[in-house]
Each structure stands twice: as C-alpha cells, then as structure tokens.
Design a protein around this ligand. Sequence first.
Ligand code: UD1
Length: 419
Amino acid sequence: MQKLKISGGKKLVGEVKISGAKNAALPILAASLLSEKNISLNNVPQLNDIATMITLLQSMGVEVVFDDTMRLNLNARNVDRLIAPYDLVKTMRASILVLGPLVSRFGSAEVSLPGGCAIGARPVNLHIDGLRAMGAQIEVQDGYIKASATKLQGVHFNFKEISVTGTENIMMAAVLAEGETIITNAAREPEIVDLANFLRNMGANIEGDGTHKIIINGVNKLNGADYRVMPDRVETGTYLVATAITGGKILLKNTSENLLESVLSKLREAGAEIEAGEDWISLDMQRGNLKAVSFSTSPYPGFPTDMQAQFCALNSVANGEAEMVENIFENRFQHVVELHRMGADIQIKGNIASSKGVDSLTAAPVMATDLRASAGLIIAALAAEGDTIIDRIYHIDRGYERVEEKLQQLGASVSRENS
Ligand code: UD1
C-alpha cells in the first residue's frame, strides 16, 4: 500500500494550476448516457474516481477515448448493459449518478446500493423517492435498486433534505421526461450549475439552477456537446489552507473566487491576505499570526463539509480557540484522532470539535480514512516538525490530481513510498 512521506516546516511558495472539478465531472460523465451523439469534454481531472466512472460507463457500452489534447470523447449510442455492479459502486458512491440517466433514456436500470461509507450512512432514499414520483417502478432487491419506467413524467418534487447528487439525478431524469419538472429545496452547489450548463449545451431546457427551485421542461432527444468542466473549488481551498498553515504565498490559476466565498472569508478571518482576478486567486500569509476560526458546515453557499478537515488542521496550530460544527455527515471527524497523534488539542462532543491551538505539531505515522481527511492530514504534516508518514494514501488519489507534484512545485518535501 502506498504512503506519503512529508517533511514539514517548509513554507509553500509559488504557483499552481487548479484542475477540473471532480464533483462536476462525475455527473457530467453520467449525463453522457442521455444522448446517442458525441460528447467532448475538456478539463476533466485525471483521478481514480473519474477512472471508476469511465470504467462503469464502458461496462455499459459507452465508447470513451482520451485524445492527444487530453479531451475526453464519449459516445453512448451502443449502450446495452443497464447495470452498475456492486464492485464499482462500492469503490465510489457517486456511481449512483447513472440511475437517473439510465431510467430516463432507456426505461430501465439496476444500480447497486452504495452501502456504508467512512463518513456516515449516506442513504440514497431521496434519489429513489424522486424517481418514483416521476413514475418509475423501483424495487430494492438483493442489494440492488431495480428501476423501470415507460416514460418518466414531470412532477413537483420537494427534497426533504438538500442533496447534491440527489438533485443531479432528478435533473438528469427530468431533461428527457414528459412535461415540466419542478425541483424545490434543490441543492445550489456550483457543480449543479455546471451540470445544468452542460445539459443546456446538449439542448435541455432548464431554469433556476443555482437557486432552490429548478424548473425543467423535458425534451424528446438531446444532442451532443462540447464542454469545459469548471475548476475544482475544494482543491482550490485545500491549496489555500496548506499555504496559510505554512506561512507561505501562493498564486492559484484556472480557478475563481466566486466558487468559494465562504472559505475565502474564513481564511481572511484567519489573517490571510487574499486577492483575486477573473481566473486566479492569491494568498499571502507571510506576515504570520494565524488566528483560529470557528465555522459550521452547511449546504452551499455555506461553509462546505468538504473543507472541514483542512480547517481542523489549520486551527490545530492557529492562535486561540475555535468551534467547528459538522452538520452534513455524522461521522466526519476521523482525522481528529489522527491529528491528536501529531499533538493537536481538539475535543469532540457530538458534531462539534473544539480546538485550542498548540505551538507546533510533531510528525507521527498517521492513517487517512477518507478523501478530505487525507487532505487535512497532508496540511497538518506540512506544518509539523519532522517526517510524517501518511498511510492509505489511495484516498487522496480519488480526488487530488498529481498532489505530490503540485506540492513539490510549491517547495514542499513530499514523496510517495511503496510498502
Ligand atoms: C456530495 C459531494 C460530496 C459532499 C456532499 C455534501 C459529489 C460526488 N459528492 O455528496 O463531496 O461532501 O455532496 O456537500 O458531488 N441524504 C439522505 N438521503 C439521500 C441523500 C442524502 O438522507 O437520499 C443525506 C446525507 O446522508 C447527508 C446529506 O443528505 O447527510 C447531504 O448529502 P448529499 O448532498 O446527498 O451528499 P452527496 O451528494 O452524496
């Protein structure tokens, strides 16, 4: 199993190009199932989760080719196997995103139930409720969601709880349904808007994305599309926090401040000087005096749960005390136990982690438990004294493109080790 060795204490200084967003590329790839025409995508990040989605689409009969310019070309003309098997779904929950497109275009789908997950139960009941409301017959049998429909019907579907991939699944189902679908209490994440932009590029009729009410008028067929995936806002935030904790200075390119206002405002509160232009963000923390910042995670535009672990690491060495409230997932503080091993003073009570900044962290062998937890541990290791070894680094490869190369570019001492 591969490990990451990080020798801490170096200030990150330099420039990094931000990759395309994993959480936008995944639903967009699933949406390629909606048309028999050619889809061409730019800025798709090369990540394990993307590879899993491509394998899943290929297993259904989608033709997928990366061309010389690293554009991803897809064609779903010959899809004939409407199944998402357990082996793939268990490695990536976002595989559930094929459910809506399959039922909508082909009237049938068998998708494995995702099952448990390190950060909490993460059920998919809302995805199922939404499709049932649109007229799909759905049974859950032998660990699989078995869905069929003659033609999905437009409905008014209100999400009892805000769900990002749930909203995306119902959007993808509705674009080819009969009549008008109104989704209320919809997720407002930028990735929802990116999916809507992509679907409009294919000829879909969608309004209101980015608000809590999305209105979709079904069309008979969708065309091909040529589309550039939005920048990854979580990768952006992660490099900003990593630079802040080391007292460094960074210029991030191919990204946008509009995607992460809540994160930038917390970093400013922590003492960072931040500037931004149309497609770049810079952060300067060289003056030091990192201050602890409290926050509560909530759906967009609130503070993202996907940035909680990184800020936990930051607060562990910041001046003062902070309270971090996790409202989205019930078991998302596993990195805190690992941070304790590095000397952090963070107490957990229910869904609240309370930190008291320590003068410095010390290196220790630690274990990554999920994708964003591993980002938090990398950030802690960059600030710690000595060599930290992070085990189970495969989690980071699911969501951060060329992570050690990008960190090395900024002057960090990072290497990958096989053991
Ligand atoms: C997406 C993101 C993930 C992010 C999360 C929250 C992708 C591929 N992943 O995950 O990185 O951390 O949003 O911003 O985009 N819920 C139910 N029933 C459902 C669906 C969800 O109860 O059918 C609950 C979940 O358990 C959770 C909350 O709703 O407590 C939000 O989950 P959701 O927005 O669905 O997360 P994902 O879409 O899986």
